[in-house]
Design a protein around this ligand. Structure first.
Ligand code: SF4
Length: 325
C-alpha cells in the first residue's frame, strides 16, 4: 500500500541547486493479494519511479510504503530487507539489459536460489529446470548452457520471469515487460503473467503506457499523470466509463477493438509537462478541454465515485458525475 507517497529528487546540476524533480506526489494505491493493478501513463509520468519506491530502490521524501502491515522504509525494517527483496521481485522492460551477457543462463538463474537460500545446492539444477519449464522454455537443459546473446527477446524475457518467480515472490513489479518484444510474443508473456497470478496468487504492479494492454491483463487500472494518480478503478469501469479527461485522452489513443467503443476526440493534446516545474493546480489543466479558471489554482482532491472508483478532477466534486463529450 502506498500512502500519500511523494518523491522529489534534488537536481545536482550546476546552477540549479534547490530545484527538484517532483516524480511522485501524494500517491495512494493498494494492491491486494492475487491482484493485477496496471499503472498506466505516458513516459515521464512517474510510473517507473513508483515501482522503484515499492522495490525499495528510491526512498520516498514523503508518505509511506506499507507491505503486509509494515512500513518498509522504517529504520527497524532494515533487518528485514533481505526477506523483503525475496518477496518483491522486478521484471524489467529491456530483457537484454537485465541479464549479464558474460554469464550463461545456468549461472544467472542459480544466483537467486543461492542468495535467498531457496534449496540445498544439490537441488538447484533440478529447480532451474522446473522453473524454465514453467515459463515454456523446453527442453530446459539446453537453455541452461546458452548465453543471453544466443536467445531471442521473447526467450530472454521468459528467463527474466523465471528468475523472478524462482524465489516464490508475493509481489511482482513488471515495468513495461512486453514493450520491447515483437507483437507476436506480447500476448504469450501477458498470458504467462496471468497464469502465475491464477496459480500462485502473485500480485502485480503492471506498468504500461498502453491502455489496451492494461485492459487485457489488469483487474484494476490506476492512471498516472505528471507524478500524480488521476483515476483509479476496476478495469471495465475505467475503460468503458473513463471519467478523468486525461483517461479519455489515453483511451482515444488506444486501439478500440469492439463495436461501440468509439474514438474520443480531445480538444487539446500536447505533451506531458516537466516534473521540475509542473503546472500549478491540476497538472493536466494546460491540456484539458474542460478546464475552468480554478483548475490552475488548486490541486484537485481525489473524488470517490463509488466504492472502488476514484477520480482527481473538480468536475466530480460533491458527488457530481457529468457526462463529458
Ligand atoms: Fe480538467 Fe480541471 Fe478536471 Fe483538471 S481539474 S482535469 S483541468 S476539469
Amino acid at each position: 500500500e502506498l500512502k500519500n507517497v511523494s518523491l522529489h529528487f534534488p537536481i545536482r546540476a550546476i546552477g540549479r541547486s534547490g530545484e527538484k524533480v517532483r516524480a511522485m506526489d501524494d500517491v495512494n494505491l493498494t494492491i491486494n493479494k492475487g491482484e493485477i493493478v496496471a499503472l498506466v501513463g505516458e513516459s515521464g509520468s512517474g510510473k517507473t519511479t513508483t515501482a522503484r519506491a515499492v522495490a525499495r530502490i528510491y526512498s520516498p521524501t514523503g508518505g509511506k510504503v506499507i507491505f503486509q502491515g509494515e512500513d518498509i522504509y522504517a529504520p527497524e525494517y532494515k533487518k528485514k530487507i533481505d526477506w523483503y527483496r525475496k518477496q518483491v521481485q522486478m521484471i524489467f522492460q529491456d530483457p537484454f539489459g537485465a541479464l549479464n551477457p558474460t554469464h550463461k543462463i545456468r549461472s544467472i538463474l542459480s544466483r537467486p536460489f543461492i542468495i535467498h537460500n531457496i534449496c540445498p545446492k544439490s537441488e538447484i539444477e533440478e529447480k532451474m529446470v522446473e522453473v524454465l519449464t514453467e515459463v515454456g522454455l523446453e527442453p530446459a537443459e539446453q537453455f541452461l548452457d546458452k548465453f543471453p546473446h544466443e536467445l531471442s527477446g521473447g526467450q530472454l524475457q521468459r528467463i527474466n520471469i523465471a528468475r523472478a518467480i524462482s524465489v516464490e515472490p508475493v509481489l511482482l513489479l513488471a515495468d513495461e515487460p512486453t514493450s520491447m518484444l515483437d507483437v507476436s510474443i506480447r500476448m504469450t508473456i501477458m498470458n504467462m503473467i496471468k497464469n502465475f497470478r491464477d496459480k500462485d496468487q502473485i500480485s502485480y504492479l503492471y506498468i504500461t503506457h498502453n491502455l489496451a494492454g492494461a485492459r487485457y491483463i489488469a483487474d484494476r487500472i490506476a492512471v498516472m499523470y505528471a507524478g500524480m494518480l488521476v483515476e483509479i478503478g476496476p478495469t471495465d469501469e475505467v475503460i468503458q466509463q473513463a471519467r478523468h479527461p486525461y483517461t479519455k485522452l489515453l483511451r482515444s489513443a488506444a486501439p478500440q477493438p469492439e463495436k461501440g467503443f468509439r474514438e474520443e476526440k480531445m480538444g487539446s493534446t500536447g505533451d506531458i509537462p516537466s516534473l521540475i516545474d509542473p503546472p500549478s493546480g491540476c497538472r493536466f489543466h494546460p491540456r484539458c478541454p474542460y478546464r475552468k479558471p480554478e483548475c490552475s489554482q488548486t490541486i484537485p482532491e481525489m473524488n470517490q465515485l463509488n466504492d472502488s472508483h476514484q477520480v482527481r478532477c473538480i468536475l466530480y466534486k460533491d458527488g457530481n458525475i457529468p457526462e463529458l463529450d
